[in-house]
Design a protein around this ligand. Sequence first.
Ligand code: ATP
Length: 369
Amino acid sequence: MKQYLVGGAVRDELLGIPVKDRDWVVVGATPQEMLDAGYKQVGADFPVFLHPETNEEYALARTERKQGHGYHGFTVHASPDVTLEEDLQRRDLTINAMAKSVDGAVVDPFGGREDLEARLLRHVSSAFSEDPLRILRTARFAARFAPLGFQVAEDTMALMKRMVAEGEADHLVAERVWQETCRALHEKAPAVYFEVLDACGALAVVMPEIGALFGREGREPLDHLEKATERSDDTDVRFAALVSGLDSGEREALNSRMKVPNDCKELAAASGSLLERFPADDNPSAEQIQALIDEGDGWRRPERFERILLVLESVGIGADWTTMLAEARYQASQVDPKALMAEGYKGKALGQAIQRERLRCIHDVVVSK
Ligand code: ATP
C-alpha cells in the first residue's frame, strides 16, 4: 500500500500558504487491510478512513462514473487496482489534482504546477461537466485566489457556459448552493465568486434575484459587497450589503429558495427596510432617527445595531449619517428609567417619559450636527 498527500494540501504547500487540512489517498489497499492497520472507517459504503492518531482522512484511490443529472448518480469504484493517476483524474481543477509521495516527490499528471505558476483555474478533463457543483467550487476558488492573481482559464469558462446552457446548473439543490455561497462569502474576494457565476450564466439560474439585481444595477451590488468585505469578516454583514438593493419580495424569494439562515436573513431585512425609507438628502428629524433605530432593534441589541451600521456604511449612506445614528442610539440608551421613577413617574406615564427623554437626546444629537 502507498500513501500520497493530495488536493488542497499539495496546492497550498506549493503556493507557500498555510495548509489547513491534510487529505491522503491510498493506492493498492483493500478496506480490510486499512481496518487491520488500525484505521477507522468513515461511513459504511464510502472508502474513506481516519488515521488512528492524526485523525487525518485517508481515502482509497477511486474512480467515479456518472449516470444521472446534477451531482447525483455517481458510481464510485474503489479497488486496489485503481491507480493514483485515475484518482487524480476525477478531481475538478488541475491545481487540486496533484499528489505528493511520502518521500516528497510531486505527482502532477495534469499540469497543476504550471497552472499554479500561470495563476489559472483549469479543469482536469471534460468529465468536469458531470458535476455542476464544480462550477460553484471554481467560482469559490476564484474568490479565494483572486488576490494572488488567479483567473478562470478561458476554456474552463467556456465549458462552464456550455454546462449552464445545457441545463446542468438547474440540478443544483438549494442547500449546496447556499453552502458554497456561504463559504465564498468567507473568502478574501467574495465579489469574484458572484462575478464568475454571472460570467458563465449560472447566477441567473441558481440565484435569479441577484442575477436580476446585477441586470438593474450593474456593478453596484459588488461594490457594496467589496466595501462590506473591507469592514467585516462576517457572512451576514457581507450578504446583507450584497442584497441591499433587492426589494422585500425578491429578498424573501431568495431567502426561501436558498434556505438562508436566520442571522443573514434578519440583518438583510433590517438594513434593507431602513434603506428603502432612508431620507437620502433631507436632514432627518429626531422622530425619523428614532424610527430607524427602533427598527434596527437598537435599544435592546447594540451589537446588532452596529452590524446594521456596517451594512449601511458599505452601501454608502455616508459616514456622517452612520456616526449620527450611532451617537443618537448611544445617547438615547443612557436615559435612566430609575431616575424618572424617582421623579414620581410610573405606569404608562413612565413609558411616555422615557420615550420623551430619548427623543430629546436624539434631538440634541441631530441639532448638534
Ligand atoms: P479547501 O482548502 O477549501 O479545503 P480543498 O481543495 O482541500 O480546499 P475539499 O473540498 O476539501 O477542497 O476537497 C478536497 C479535494 O477533493 C479537492 O482538492 C479536489 O481535488 C477534490 N474535490 C472535492 N470536491 C470535488 C468535486 N465536486 N469534484 C471534483 N473534485 C472534487
